[in-house]
Design a protein around this ligand. Structure first.
Ligand code: GLN
Length: 563
């Protein structure tokens, strides 16, 4: 990172010759007004706009800037809560109970900071506010229109976050691809903000693709040219292009793109394939993106951030290179056809592996189609993540049984916790009919039942028990050893819970509930002390896991699996 330190030195050398003595947090920009970076997408979806957004934010954070991200989702769902994870990827739950797009999880992991649900803006939220306002008479007789009323509401939401969080930089990712009908009001709002804030207040980064066809062997620029034309047609001239490609973008390709798009050659950035997403900030940095961002914003006076870089480089390296013994994990769940359905769980396993020097190999197994459970003996550990509904649930119960009986390390999350309790009820307590009322409402042994406050809920949206709650852990339990604490806070997303009526029978037979929440009303952790590692959690530990700071239950699970 010598280059970066040298670059910074030019801003700080007037302060002192000895950079060691710089008072780090005190030297901030003179102008404290938030600068906005808007990231748009071109050519097609799936190019990694989220990673580009997170990486730019990370670089700014490494330069000691106060930064956050927003994800705009132009779809008509109010939030991601009602969306099928197999089609759209995981629903990421924030501390304040937002059911957000999975990109918000990427931001949290890259920045190692919590993001509030207000940072995931959707068309439904914006239109609901405008329509509510109209019904209350707030528009004083005006004809309510997309411009200015909807666009004002969008800008207000973005600026409120910038101001209330006193950010130096706010990086806003607009979902979808330029040309989509749905994203037009959002792009229009971003365009207006550039006019209102000026060139020194807003810059645009457009993410595109330069494919290379094997036969021609040349990086093609036409998709990027067309995509920028489309963007310019609606009044947005990008300042940077982040061009996805397999091999690094050649200089002649950069020059050609620059000429056709009015973007400086140096600001056409190659986003070529990397070993891991954690290398992307460095790839962008090496092409001078920071230099260029600070020049465009006319910002001087940054602090020396080389220590930040040292810390980040260590984390990025640990997450990228696979050292140590391989640990094979079977992830048995309902939504395994798309790896993104459990993206935070996948990441959390990798964070834990990196921490204890293990390389984690994950196989996703569909709980609906598994018939021969002996295949599970090929694995060092079994993880059952969250899920909803009947389909595939018997497969999960059998999986929990296999892990318990064969002493294979087991981590059950939410549904995986509830169905482990059901399995124990059936096999050990001999309650043949045991079940969760989510699957069998008529069961004689409702080991897992609806949360009482859910009885009158009829809406699907935002109606589960959501967000962070305090959890009290019992003394001398495995949980207490794992967390090294009697009190933790973790995020939830569920409608059902363990029925307290059965707890004494469980405890008598060797399964302990070692943590609770809401003054003892809800069971949060189950464990079997006589097992190598049989651990179930009602909460979602994966949402709190970050590179370099794995969530403790994952570290303990990978540790047990590698013994
Ligand atoms: N379906 C279960 C419930 O609603 C578990 C939810 C989950 O796994 N997130 O309680």
């Amino acid at each position: 990172m010598r280059d970066f330190a040298d670059y910074l030195a030019q801003f700080t050398s007037h302060l002192t010759d000895d950079r060691q003595n710089i008072q780090k947090p005190d030297i901030r920009f003179i102008n404290v007004q938030t600068k906005f970076i808007f990231v748009t997408g071109g050519v097609m979806s799936g190019l990694g706009k989220g990673v580009t957004t997170s990486s730019i934010a990370k670089l700014l954070q490494l330069a000691d800037q106060k930064v956050s991200c927003i994800k705009i989702d132009p779809y008509l769902n109010y939030d991601a809560g009602t969306m099928n994870p197999v089609a759209h990827g995981e629903v990421f739950v924030t501390e304040d109970g937002g059911e957000c797009d999975m990109d918000v999880g990427n931001y949290e992991r890259f920045l190692n900071q919590n993001i509030a649900k207000s940072h995931n803006i959707t068309t439904a939220q914006v239109y609901s506010s405008v329509i509510d306002g109209e019904r209350k008479g707030e528009y004083l007789g005006a004809c309510v229109q997309i411009i200015p009323h909807v666009t004002d509401e969008i800008k207000k939401r973005i600026r409120t976050i910038a101001e209330s969080e006193k950010l130096d930089f706010l990086v806003v990712e607009c979902g979808g691809t330029v040309g989509d009908i749905e994203s037009l009001p959002f792009l229009e709002s971003l365009r207006q903000m550039r006019v209102e804030e000026g060139q020194r207040g807003v810059i645009f980064v457009h993410v595109t693709l330069a494919p290379s066809l094997d036969v021609v062997g040349e990086q093609k620029t036409k998709p990027t040219q067309h995509s920028v034309q489309e963007l310019r047609r609606i009044g947005i001239q990008p300042d940077f292009l982040a061009v996805r490609c397999t091999a690094p973008l050649e200089v002649k390709t950069k020059k050609k793109i620059a000429m056709f798009t009015n973007v400086a050659t140096n600001d056409v950035l190659s986003c070529h394939d990397a070993r891991s997403i954690f290398e992307v900030p460095q790839i962008l940095y090496d092409q001078g993106i920071m230099d260029s961002i600070f020049t465009k914003f006319n910002k001087v006076g940054m602090v020396n951030a080389s220590e930040n870089w040292d810390r980040w480089n260590k984390i990025a390296e640990d997450m990228t290179s696979h050292k140590g013994r391989k640990v094979r994990i079977a992830m048995v769940g309902k939504y395994v056809v798309l790896a993104d359905s459990y993206v935070s769980v996948n990441h959390a396993l990798k964070h834990a592996g990196a921490q204890i020097n293990r390389s984690v190999d994950i196989d996703w197994i569909d709980s609906e189609s598994i018939s021969d459970y002996s295949i599970l003996s090929n694995y060092d550990g079994i993880l059952v993540p969250g899920g909803f509904g009947t389909r595939g649930s018997e497969g999960i119960i059998q999986t929990a049984n296999f892990a318990r009986v064969n002493n294979v390390p087991y981590l059950g999350i939410c549904f995986g916790f509830q169905l482990a309790a059901v399995e124990f009820g059936r096999s050990v307590l001999k309650l043949e009919d045991a079940n969760t009322t989510e699957i069998n409402a008529e069961t004689k042994a409702p080991i897992v039942d609806l949360l009482p406050e859910q009885r009158d809920v009829s809406d699907m949206g935002s109606s589960l028990r959501l967000g962070a709650n305090d959890i009290r852990i019992k003394k001398d339990s495995k949980a207490q050893k794992i967390y090294n604490s009697n009190l933790i806070s973790r995020r939830h997303r569920h409608r059902y819970e363990v029925n307290k009526k059965y707890i004494p029978e469980f405890q008598k037979n060797g399964l302990i509930f070692s943590a609770e929440s809401d003054s003892g009303k809800r069971m949060e952790i189950l464990e079997i002390p006589d097992h190598r590692f049989y651990f179930g959690v009602q909460f979602h530990p994966e949402f709190n896991s970050r590179p370099g700071f794995p969530e403790e239950s994952f570290t303990a699970f990978i540790g047990a699996a590698s013994e």
